[in-house]
Every structure is written in C-alpha cells, then in structure tokens.
Design a protein around this ligand. Structure first.
Ligand code: F6P
Length: 341
C-alpha cells in the first residue's frame, strides 16, 4: 500500500512523533510505502509532496512542530479542491491517507471519507477539545509550559505586589487554563465555558492582596465577561470560520488596576504554548496514536480516528469524533473554584 500523511491546523508538540511511529511501523512491520503531503490539505490540493521514508523520520521524535508543515486550508472552500485531491492521490498512486489534526482537519477527513476517499484520523490539539478521546497530544506540553510560566510570574508578582493576569490559549474550551491554573495555584481561573463577573474577580483579587499575596489570574483567550463578548485581535476569519482571539488578558489587567488601585500586568503566553519539544507523556501518546493509525489503514478501516480511552487506544468513527467539542464540565470547574480568592 502507498499511504499519504499530512498534518493540518495549528501545529502542536508531538506531530513528528506520530509521523515517525506511522512510518516506522508501516515500513518495518507492514512493508508499506509513504509520501508526505506539505502544509495540511493544501498539499494534496496543489500536489505538493515530500519523500517520507525511514531516513526522513530519523531523529524527529523530540522535535517540535511538523516536518510536513501545516495550514488551515479547507478543500471544501477551494474551487475544485476535492477533485484536485482525487487527482493528486491518483497521480501519486496513494491508496489511503492519514490526517493528523484537530476538529477542522478531521471534519474534512470525515467529509472526504463520505466522498469515497480512505482516511484515518489522528487527534491533535493543544486545546484538548476533541470529543471521543480522553486526551489529545500537545495538551500536556502546553499545560507544562503554562504552569512553568505561572510559577515564574508568581515570584516577580510577589516582589512587586502586583496582580498578574496570564492569558493562555483556548478558544472555546478552557482546558489549558483549568489545568495550568490548578497546577500553578492560580487565585482565579477564567474559561470560555462560563462568563465571569468582573466585580467577583476584583473581590477575589482584593482578598488576595489583603493576605499579602500577589494574585495570579489565569484567563483563557476565549473567556468573556458577563456583559461582554470575546476580545478579538481581528474580525478576519480563517477558512474554517474562526476569528483570531486575544486581548482579554490586557483588558482584564486594566480593569483590575482601575478598580483596585493596584498595579497589574498581563502576560500573553501565545504560541510559546505550541512550540518546542513535547513532554514525555505527549511523546508516548503521539507514538501510540501513530502505531494504531497505521494498523487501521492496514486493516482498511477508514473513516475512523484513533482515540485514548482510559489507557487504551481505540478506534472511533470520525463522525463521532467531530460531532461536538469537548468543553470543561461544570463540575470540573467547580473543583477549581474552591481555590479562588
Ligand atoms: O487550535 C489551536 C490554537 O492554538 C488555539 O488555541 C488558538 O486559538 C489558535 O490555535 C491560534 O491559531 P493561530 O496559530 O492561527 O494563531
């Protein structure tokens, strides 16, 4: 079999570990042949490939990013996009695809499967918001980076008696904020799933100052005040209809300073959360996903995504995986609320 591999959407630590595992098992155990498609769905649309054999996956396990490149291209928004993919697959004599991505990339994978192209999906996103899998790789690394940043910000905040607002990624799901906030002992954690009262945040911050501590507020980029909306960098939408979020941290730090009379600073962690080498946990999860994805292709089991359930890797229908986002449940948020203020 000849198998095409691509990575789509925002990059994330562990993508190269998946690619390595797919190729190592595919070549050494099954005797399959691979081709890499560059930059997400753009690669098969434009016929942009790169060789993908044992030599190309040597030494990439620990490397962040993706050796294949990524983009947020939606073939269903490109004129003749799906036909172009069919043409490229025929020219390249590719029998099946492994698509490594989040809800958007896997949403396309599902539609292509319905249109008769054999695709197996692998879930990736630092946001951990894909349904049908307990965890996505990349999330653990992002939480690790955010937690380390919170630890560092705490000491400087305490020296200067300032409130420090830490803005982390998470458009619609506050998993990174929840986990890094809990791990870092944040005084307030704000997530997109629950609108927040600025008065209440100010009250918690005041209470923290009264106890001679410097408050740390962790806020997901998609969090919203009760009487407000998401704060955007720009209204421009990508091919999947997403706007660019960002700015809630600075807005909140200004509000806190104005209402408490204390100095406040905002730190936006941004893409540092997605860069660099994956944690050991993510390397293992990504490797296991890769091994099981190539098994699914070898079995001809298309239209599925590999998923983590407990400690097992299972196959779930792509339709199930992309049906709805996995957001932070009320009871998980309530656990964190115990520590607010
Ligand atoms: O989807 C992952 C993610 O990192 C989101 O948390 C974030 O909103 C978005 O990607 C940022 O995208 P970009 O890389 O296009 O700025």
């Amino acid at each position: 079999m000849r198998i095409g591999v691509l990575t789509g959407g925002g990059d994330c630590p562990g993508l190269n570990a998946v690619i390595r595992a797919v190729v190592r098992k595919g070549v050494e155990v099954y005797g399959h042949d691979f081709v890499g498609f560059r930059n997400g769905w753009k690669g098969p649309i434009e016929g942009h490939t790169r060789p993908l054999g044992l030599d190309q996956v040597e030494d990439i396990l620990t490397r962040g990013g993706t050796i294949l490149g990524s983009s947020r291209t939606n073939p269903y928004k490109v004129d003749g996009g799906v036909e172009a993919i069919r043409r490229t697959l025929a020219e390249q004599q590719v029998d099946a695809l492994i698509a490594i991505g989040g809800e958007d990339t896997l949403g396309v994978a599902k539609r292509l499967t319905d249109d008769g192209i054999g695709v197996v999906g692998v879930p990736k996103t630092i946001d951990n918001d894909l349904g049908a899998t307990d965890y996505t790789f990349g999330f653990d690394t992002a939480v690790h980076i955010a937690t380390e940043s919170i630890d560092r910000l705490r000491t400087t905040a305490e020296s200067h008696h300032r409130a420090l607002v830490v803005e982390v990624m998470g458009r619609h799901a506050g998993w990174i904020a929840l986990h890094s906030g809990l791990a870092g002992g944040a005084n307030v954690i704000l997530v997109p799933e629950k609108k927040f009262s600025v008065d209440k945040v100010v009250e918690w911050v005041q209470r923290r100052f009264e106890r001679e501590y410097a408050p740390i507020i962790v806020v997901a980029e998609g969090a919203m005040p009760e009487d407000g909306a998401e704060v955007l960098v720009s209204g421009e939408k990508d091919a999947f209809g997403h706007v660019r979020l960002g700015g809630i941290g600075t807005w909140l730090a200004d509000e806190i300073a104005a209402r408490t009379g204390k100095e406040s600073r905002a730190v936006v962690l941004g893409h540092t959360q997605r860069g660099g080498t994956p944690t050991a946990y993510d390397r293992v999860l990504a490797t296991r996903f890769g091994l099981h994805a190539v098994d699914a292709v070898n079995d001809g089991d298309f239209g599925v995504m590999v998923a983590l359930r407990g400690t097992d890797i299972v196959r779930v229908k792509l339709s199930e995986a992309t049906a709805e986002l996995k957001t932070v449940p009320t009871e998980r948020y309530a656990e964190a609320e115990v520590f607010f203020g």
